[in-house]
Design a binder for this molecule. Sequence first.
Ligand SMILES: [Cu+2]
Length: 69
Amino acid sequence: MEIVKLDVQGMTCGGCVASVTRVLKATPGVSEAQVTLQPGAATVTFDPAKVQVPQLKAAIVGAGFEVAG
Ligand SMILES: [Cu+2]
């Protein structure tokens, strides 16, 4: 397992946090996702054999948010 912390922009409330958490956990290969509003961040535990960081970022962007870096 690998852990990555992503800088998520555009979340404004707990609903946004729940949305980001949901799409990350729904991504195959993700075992854990901890999302915070302040600061806007997602700490994701994932299996690098099944999913890569660009796919994690794409899942967040697909939910309507931005990932810095
Ligand atoms: Cu919100």
